[in-house]
Design a protein around this ligand. Structure first.
Ligand code: BEZ
Length: 180
């Protein structure tokens, strides 16, 4: 079986730094694929955009709520990635009151492109974004893969189900191993 790994990229994150005075105490912090994925078994899910309705109402809050159940299945972290910059992802995380799920900004779309999941969403005025998918990733190796059907540019619908937290959790509980 071919081993499929997540691509090596550098993510430009913004982190709070109390040593910075003023109303915006944040600085850039580069994090690599190895920082996020090295030596951990994680769930990664990717979606078309921060603040969009399905992502904000179902997918992200449900992953957040179900985090203890994922932990019980041997998952160390849950990461949500989107082709949005660090400012947008931080604002979305704050609005969602996240404690469990960690947001990864893929502002340039490099990670998503190298995953083969970058699609045009010009029909919504979004530009290039991620197709919806989720994966279980063990030390950088994709162990299970959950991709919504109909991968395409300018899709006129937004399929959601295969990459839902409930589906991923069920597969982990059943020990199913989808081909990566
Ligand atoms: C949604 O999450 O509902 C959504 C995602 C992309 C485009 C429009 C809506």
């Amino acid at each position: 079986m071919t081993v499929r790994k997540v691509p090596d990229v550098t993510f430009r994150t913004r982190v709070r730094d109390e040593s910075i005075e003023g109303p915006n105490p944040f600085r850039w912090e580069d994090k690599t694929t190895a920082d996020f994925f090295g030596g951990k078994r994680v769930v990664l899910f990717s979606l078309p955009g921060a603040f969009t309705p399905t992502c904000s109402t179902y997918q992200l809050p449900d992953f957040e709520k179900l985090y203890p159940e994922f932990q019980a299945e041997g998952i160390d972290e849950i990461y949500c990635i989107s082709v949005n910059d660090a400012f947008v992802m931080n604002a979305w995380g704050k609005a969602q009151g996240l404690n469990n799920v960690k947001l990864i900004p893929d502002g340039s779309g490099e990670f998503t492109r190298k995953m083969g999941m970058l699609v045009a969403k010009d029909n919504l005025g979004f530009g290039m974004r991620s197709w919806r998918y989720a994966a279980v990733v063990n030390n950088g190796v994709i162990e299970k893969w959950f991709e919504e059907e109909g991968f395409s540019d300018n899709c006129d619908s937004d399929p959601y189900g295969v990459s839902s937290p409930q589906t991923v959790l069920e597969a982990l509980k059943a020990g199913e191993a989808q081909a990566a």
